[in-house]
Design a binder for this molecule. Structure first.
Ligand code: ADP
Length: 251
């Protein structure tokens, strides 16, 4: 598993164009970001004045106890929610002030999401699941097919491309989800507990893949994780508590 993932990644020239090091151009800037939830008399400060810069092609792990604001932060970064106050820029787009159409466009093109429970469509095979984001963007089928094959090769699933979800191991399902999240070449890949639902061997294959994506600086990669092992694979670790950043250091 280990060598097949690495070998297929090595073979992929498609990502090579992205360069090999995190460059210092900021991809993400958060300025005094807050997100409050109010129910009745009570206000929860889910994010409480978060400021952060993330460089293009950096690999950042975000950790912290349950309820500290990690999901709230990644929902904002993915353009799924808006802050109560503060500023959030991703790839030059001011998400805090973007209108609905611009946010929809950003979600479709600018970001790829990977979830703990894969969220693959069971009635589709690997190739179809991976192609779907491009088909929804109206990319011609031949081009979808070509790009899908490139990312399927990248994640080491060439011999599983025609398999349906129930025929895949957990690790293969998550690698399919990573391929789907990358197929439209987003500038930002966000993974929320990507190994949280996997046995240790599958987790290790997914981690190696994420590490490789990070090391070869293919994309800016943000991984929310409770796992020290996954966090160590990142180049930087951000720690959150009570809606604030309390630690930010290279790993
Ligand atoms: P984490 O992902 O670190 O577990 P969350 O971002 O989910 O933390 O939650 C941060 C805080 O915001 C928690 O206190 C949580 O209960 C609260 N919260 C999150 N979403 C909502 C919501 N939709 N309505 C009310 N409170 C919420």
């Amino acid at each position: 598993m280990k060598s097949s993932v690495s070998a297929t990644i090595r073979k992929s020239a498609w990502f090579a164009r992205s360069g090999s090091l995190a460059d210092k151009t900021g991809l993400i800037t958060l300025k005094d970001l807050t997100r409050e939830y109010t129910s009745g008399q009570r206000t929860v400060h889910a994010l409480d004045g978060v400021s952060l810069e993330i460089a293009r092609n950096e690999f950042v792990a975000i950790s912290g106890p349950s309820g500290c604001g990690k999901s709230t932060l990644i929902h904002l970064l993915a353009g799924l929610d808006r802050p109560t106050s503060g500023e959030i820029f991703v790839d030059g787009i001011a998400l805090h002030s973007a209108d609905d159409a611009a946010l929809t466009q950003f979600r479709r093109r600018g970001v790829g999401l990977v979830f703990q429970f894969f969220n693959l469509l069971p009635t589709m095979n690997v190739r179809e699941n991976v192609s779907l984001p491009l088909l929804l963007q109206g990319v011609p089928p031949a081009q979808c097919e070509k790009r899908a094959q490139e990312v399927i090769d990248l994640v080491g699933l060439r011999d599983r491309a025609e398999h349906f979800v129930h025929q895949l191991s957990g690790g293969e399902q998550q690698r399919t989800a990573i391929a789907r999240a990358l197929v439209h070449q987003p500038s930002l890949l966000i993974a929320d507990e990507p190994t949280g639902n996997l046995d240790s061997q599958s987790a290790s294959s997914v981690m190696q893949l994420l590490e490789k994506i990070g090391r070869e600086a293919m994309r800016t990669l943000i991984v929310v994780t409770h796992s020290d092992e996954v966090a160590r694979a990142a180049s930087r670790r951000v720690e959150m508590r009570d809606g604030k950043i309390v630690g930010d250091s290279p790993t």
